[in-house]
Design a binder for this molecule. Structure first.
Ligand SMILES: Nc1ncnc2c1ncn2[C@@H]1O[C@H](COP(=O)(O)OP(=O)(O)OP(=O)(O)O)[C@@H](O)[C@H]1O
Ligand SMILES: [Mg+2]
Length: 299
């Protein structure tokens, strides 16, 4: 089973209006609701690919219930810890002449709730995959990724970590199966300006030497580069299409790569690219029919 962790899931409330004037009453032209958070995004794209996964993390209040139901309806299993106080956050995305976002904070997560998450994680067994994605909310210890991997290390669980900075550096010693920084995150981690793919490959290789098995560096509209577990460098360009909203493209790429990994790294890279593209070319996350079409085009 593939488990994804989303510490701070969200309801994304997307409002479109031709004009939004601050300080006045505005009317929207359309509204959409998405359930998100990076781990959940990975689970939702896996579901599109017909792969079962289980979403872990914390939910609270009526928004938490809605997120849980939405994720279940999409064909993802859930084992969220339910917090007694507060409510899962709502992120307001105003799309007008300009794009304005107000991201909520999310509920407090106490020690007891954290212990409940650990209990669930302790049930993972050899052959399972654990996807940790995104930043750590203020309500949690900043070394939580490391603590989780330390706890599960040696059990034969495949770790996938999509994070950046020290958060990522600190888990490399647990030999994650896959890490997926984007080129900007890779630059920041080493404090260097990376200008060409040769340099990017060089620094990706450094992360591999530090412990990661496969290092996938995504470069948005410039495609992606993989340094695989044998140190071979593979590249993949992007799919053709019109970009609508590339948020979550990275999470989609992680889902595609994980889904395709058993069929070889070239295929995994292509499936990841098709999933990233399908998300970038749509308003929400990648849909199966688009993924299939884009994958076909990448052949
Ligand atoms: N503009 C684009 N055109 C085509 N494909 C894209 C575009 N943006 C993203 N993709 C696809 O998605 C992959 C991942 O995108 P990106 O590098 O933006 O991830 P990211 O920065 O981690 O995104 P996020 O963290 O918001 O999910 C890219 O390697 C590419 O295959
Ligand atoms: Mg990302």
């Amino acid at each position: 089973m593939i488990y994804t962790v989303t510490f701070n899931p969200a309801v994304d409330y997307v409002v479109r209006a031709e004009k939004i004037i601050s300080g006045e009453v505005n009317r929207s032209d359309s509204e959409e609701i998405y359930f998100g958070g990076k781990g959940i995004n990975v689970s939702l794209v896996l579901a599109q690919l017909g792969i079962k996964s289980c979403a872990l993390g914390f939910v609270a209040g009526f928004t938490g219930c809605a997120i849980e139901q939405g994720v279940l309806d999409a064909g993802v299993e859930t084992e969220f810890v339910h917090l007694e106080k507060g409510f899962s956050r709502i992120n307001v995305k105003l799309k007008s002449e300009q794009e304005t976002e107000i991201n909520g904070q999310g509920p407090d997560i106490g020690e007891e709730a954290l212990a409940q998450l650990y209990e669930k994680l302790d049930r993972l067994k050899s052959g399972d995959t654990l996807v940790l994605a995104g930043s750590v909310p203020k309500a949690l210890p900043s070394d939580i990724y490391e603590s989780i991997l330390a706890r599960l290390s040696g059990k034969g669980v495949r770790f996938v970590v999509d994070a950046s900075g020290q958060l990522l550096m600190n888990v490399l010693k647990y030999r994650p199966f896959l890490i997926k920084p984007n080129d900007k995150e890779l630059s920041e981690m080493f404090g260097v300006k990376l200008t060409d793919t040769e340099q990017i490959a060089e620094y990706a290789e450094k992360l591999r030497e530090m412990g990661a098995q496969n290092v996938l560096v995504s470069m948005a509209g410039d495609g992606a580069l993989l340094v695989d577990e044998n140190g071979s460098v593979r590249r993949c360009g992007v799919c053709k299409g019109t970009v609508r909203n590339s948020v979550g493209a990275g999470d989609s790429m992680v889902a595609g790569f994980v889904a395709g990994a058993d069929k070889g790294y070239d295929y995994a890279l292509r499936l990841g690219t098709a999933c990233g593209g399908a998300t970038a070319f749509s308003d929400g996350l990648a849909q199966r029919k688009d993924i299939d079409r884009l994958l076909e085009e990448l052949k």
